[in-house]
Write a protein that binds this ligand. Structure first.
Ligand SMILES: [Fe+2]
Length: 288
């Protein structure tokens, strides 16, 4: 097998689970392609789980529950069976430990919608074996990039690496009233503000114009963008982008397809849910 592609998905609000969107369609398409290429499992970093100090954690709860999802009917997620991959989790732990990370298993962790929203949308008929890696709460872009680069070899074995966060994701600057009053997350009563459009464009430019180590530099550098703090009031939803840059930004990845914007959904006026894929299944299929 060649190298599996890597996805950076913006999960947006919880309503992205219950409502239909082009992003939802794209997630399903990516899931279908992954299954058609016989992935061994998924390795995913989200935006809602972080470890303090200098640590990171790996999900090792054999029977994880799901944290409740606001504004979504329970029928959309309660019965979906999660599939924690303890065997691969053990290997991910060892790999990260050998690379010098202070990493530990977490056998109590309950999964959160940042990951299972995406898994349900990608794989509605059954969750593949999945390993979740936590963020570190210091939110250092280079640290999270290095977590991604450390698990990059799993792509050669047929694991699908996914980061789920947000391209523009600032809950303090969203326009919430259409959702709170009418349960309409897609209303867009006014256009997005300039800072949101500006940062969203920069994310697309960075993703689609850089490959290999240049992608790593460009993504991590986005945290110095003049509009970064407007686009991300907190850093949690940007860490998965750094993780993805690590997993898809080796010299070897310079030969891979550049990042592509597969779909995009605006919510709550200023939140831009851009969906990116780096690399492709082309080489993986050809290698069979
Ligand atoms: Fe989130």
């Amino acid at each position: 097998m060649g190298l599996t592609p890597v996805h950076f998905f913006s999960h947006g609000s919880t309503m992205m689970l219950g409502e239909e969107s082009t992003s939802g369609d794209y997630w399903k398409k990516c899931g279908d392609e992954a299954l058609a290429n016989n992935i061994k499992g998924v390795i995913i970093m989200g935006a809602h789980w972080d470890a303090t100090g200098d640590a990171i954690e790996v999900s090792m709860n054999p029977t994880p529950g799901k944290s409740p999802v606001a504004y979504v009917h329970p029928s959309k997620y309660v019965d979906y069976r999660l599939e924690p991959d303890l065997k691969n989790g053990e290997r991910v732990l060892k790999t990260l430990e050998s690379a010098g990370f202070n990493v530990r298993p977490n056998d109590k962790f309950e999964w959160i919608h940042d990951t299972f929203l995406i898994l349900i949308r990608m794989f509605p008929n059954g969750c593949p074996p999945t390993t979740i890696i936590s963020m570190n709460a210091r939110f250092d872009p280079h640290f999270h990039m290095r977590v991604g680069s450390t698990i990059r070899p799993f792509r050669k074995e047929g694991y699908l690496v996914v980061g789920t966060g947000g391209a523009v994701h600032n809950l303090y600057r969203n326009v919430w009233w259409p959702m709170l009053m009418y349960r309409n997350n897609f209303a867009q009563p006014t256009p997005p503000e300039g800072w949101s459009l500006e940062f969203r464009q920069s994310v697309e430019d960075v993703m689609s114009n850089n490959r290999g180590p240049a992608l790593r530099r460009a993504i991590t550098r986005l945290m110095k963008h003049p509009q970064y703090r407007d686009a991300h009031a907190t850093d949690d939803h940007f860490m998965a982008a750094c993780f993805v840059a690590g997993a898809a930004g080796d010299w070897e990845d310079e030969k891979e397809e550049k990042g592509r914007l597969g779909a995009e959904t605006w919510e709550l006026t200023n939140m831009c849910n851009s969906q990116f894929t780096i690399g492709s299944w082309g080489r993986a299929v050809a290698a069979h």
